[in-house]
Structures are given as C-alpha cells and as structure tokens.
Design a protein around this ligand. Structure first.
Ligand code: PLP
Length: 375
C-alpha cells in the first residue's frame, strides 16, 4: 500500500468487538488475568496498551521499519536511545541541532560519562577527518534545527558503519512523508511526534523507529523499565494527526515555497535558510534524498537582534511561540527561545535569526502578515 493509505489503515482496522472505525482509546492501567500469568494482551499498561500498539504499527509502517516504540515526548525517545550507550562512549553530533538534545547530551549524559563531539556533519569530509576512536553513535538532524542544513544520510551511514558506529536521524522536520532515513542506511529514526506527525499542537510525544532488532529490544525494554510511556489519549491524538500527514505536508510546503520567494526578494532580509532554495549550501543533497523541502524556514534579518524581536512581536496570524509542525503558523527567535540552552556553545545561533513554522492557513493571509510585520 502507498503512503496515504498506510497512514490511514495500518494498525487501524475497525475494532473487532464493536466495528468502531477509530481505534478505541484504551483507558486502562491493568488487564484481568484468566489465570495467574495468563493474559489476553498484556499484564500491565506500562508494558503495552492497544492504542499505543496501533500508533507504533503505523509509525513503523510509514518509516518502512519493523519496529516503532512510542514515548511520552521527543526527548524521552532521545533519552532511550542514549541509554543504549555505555559511560565512556562518544557521540558525534552536528553543529546545528535542537537545543534540548544538546542539553541532554551535555548536561545529563555528560555527567553519566558520555562524551559529545560537535562537527559540521553537512560536510562529510570534515566528519571523516575529525572522527575519534570510541564514537559509537552519530546524531544527525536533517533538515536541522534551526538552519535547515542537510546531511547526506547515505554517506554518513557509510562513515558510521565503517567505524562500527550507528547512525541516528532525527526525522522530525522532514517526516516520513518527505524522507525515510532507514531506507538510506540510517540505523534509527527518532521523532518528536509533537510536531508534524501530531500536527495540531495539542499533544507531546515521541518515537524511536528501527529495523535493528537488538536496538528495538533494548529500547522496548527501556520503555517498560524506565516508564516514559505516552498515555492512550496522546497516542490517539498522534494517530489522528498521522492520518492527514500527507495532505497537510503538501499544503505546508506550497505555502512555505511562496513565503520563501517573497522573503528572498526583500532587502531587509539578509539571508533565507530553506533547503529548496538553489542558494542553500546543501540544496543538491536535499533534492536527491528528500521528496520535498518541508515547511520550516529561517531568516537572518538586517538590523540585528532588535529587528528580529520587533518582527516576531508584530505578526498577527503567525503566533509567537516555540514548537513547530502544527496547522497554525508559528514564529520565534531561536537564540532567545528554543536554542537558549546552546548559548556560548558551538551550537549557538545568531540573534538576528528568526524561525518560521509555516502552517496551512490561506497563504495570502500569511504573506500579508509577514509583510506588515516587516514593514
Ligand atoms: C528536531 C527536534 N527533535 C526533538 C525535539 C524534542 O521533542 P519534544 O519537545 O517532543 O520532547 C524537538 C522539540 O522541539 C525538536 O525540534
């Protein structure tokens, strides 16, 4: 079955008992046992829940994987993957990534004994020449947050595998509609399902997706043993979002393209970061490994931090808020908001940078809003 059909049907057959066309929200913490240790589905809902299982099935299918393990947030999915490492191991990460992932690596797992090396992974030759012994995991966001840099997934997977390391791709920005990293050689995909997969800014969630049986078993164990599970209603909400992912992404991208063209033409915009622009340094790789360029756009404004703040505070349709990927357009200043925790590090972002999550409103209203806020 093709993507749109899988998004609506995998794991989501009508309920066997009632015929309900939607997966029921199984609000239960435990299950009756037929006799001691004999259960119909599971013994306790931290271990398994049918609504969660349905979500995991559809996520695995969309990423063309055998295993998906759902978590209560994107960061708890990140946490589970990092816990599969051992103290003393090294993680190689790019110069551009979500601040919360960087914070967890340095502030939480740093104390636990993980070492984090930061290199611009959109430049494979610098990744190769700076490779350090003991690196067990390469952490890639592509497109990255907030510069929309693109890492060549196939080349990065080859480099990691040559050194016996695993490649993790955070596929939150692209979603499986636009990019399937496992088919390009990545070992693990992680998602903040809070974003495009949920799609309506009403739920926090995450997932680890993989074809690697060993990683899947270890992460499934951590889901149970550590317990950062999503509730059944949260799973239902993410699944409902997933059903319309394709149509939403098409509109998100159409709108983003029009906005990029308008912003790129303005003299008060110093630079537009969007992988669909021929001027983007990684445009060719984006073209070859993605099925579209997504709807995240970053701009550097002439006039510095004050101008950036002024812009984001003047929009009326774009809401000034953290997060991304919902039907509504959002705008933010990463240096002061989502990426504050990278201040003073190699991941620090310039304070004249503004990040837009282009929603699916009428594009003429979005264009007019940005023009009035810039003027
Ligand atoms: C690319 C990326 N990965 C992971 C996360 C963390 O996800 P969550 O907020 O669901 O914990 C975020 C959050 O903004 C993100 O942008």
């Amino acid at each position: 079955m093709n993507f749109a059909t899988r998004a609506i049907h995998v794991g989501q057959e009508p309920d066997a008992m009632t015929g309900a066309v939607n997966v029921p929200v199984f609000l239960t913490s435990t299950y009756a046992q037929e006799s001691v240790g004999v259960v119909k589905f599971a013994d306790y809902a931290r271990g398994d829940n049918p609504t969660r299982a349905a979500l995991e099935q559809v996520l695995a299918s969309l990423e063309e994987a055998n295993h998906a393990i759902a978590f209560s947030s994107g960061l708890s999915a990140v946490d589970a993957i990092l816990r599969t490492l051992s103290p003393g191991d090294r993680v190689l990460m790019s110069t551009d990534a979500y601040g919360g992932t960087y914070r967890m690596l340095t502030k939480v797992f740093g104390a636990w004994g993980l070492h984090t090396d930061i290199v611009d992974l959109s430049d494979i030759s610098s990744a190769r020449s700076s490779w350090r012994d003991g690196t067990k995991l390469v952490w890639v966001e592509t497109p990255s947050n907030p510069f929309l840099r693109i890492v060549d997934i196939a080349a990065m997977a080859e480099l990691a595998h040559d050194h016996g390391a695993k490649l993790v791709v955070d596929n939150t920005f692209a979603t499986p509609y636009l990019q399937t990293p496992l088919t390009l050689g990545a070992d693990v995909v992680i998602h903040s399902t809070t974003k495009y997969l949920g799609g309506h800014s009403d739920v926090i969630g995450g997932a680890v997706v993989t074809n690697d049986v060993d990683i899947a078993e270890r992460v499934k164990f951590l889901q149970y043993a550590v317990g950062a599970i999503p509730g059944p209603l949260d799973c239902y909400l993410v699944m409902r979002g997933v059903r319309t992912l394709g149509v939403r992404m098409d509109r998100h991208q159409e709108n983003a393209q029009r906005i990029v063209t308008m912003l790129d033409d303005r003299d008060d915009v110093a630079r537009v970061w969007y992988p669909g622009l021929a001027s983007h340094p990684n445009h060719e790789i984006a073209k070859s490994q993605m099925r579209g360029y997504g709807a995240m756009v970053s701009v550097e404004l002439v006039g510095g931090a004050a101008r950036a703040r002024d812009f984001v505070e003047r929009t009326r349709v774009f809401t000034l808020a953290e997060s991304l990927g919902g039907v509504e357009s959002l705008i933010e200043v990463p240096a002061a908001m989502t990426h504050l925790s990278t201040s003073g590090s190699l991941l620090e972002v310039p304070d004249n940078l503004v990040r837009l999550s282009v929603g699916i409103e009428d594009v003429d209203d979005l264009l007019a809003d940005l023009v009035q806020a810039l003027s």
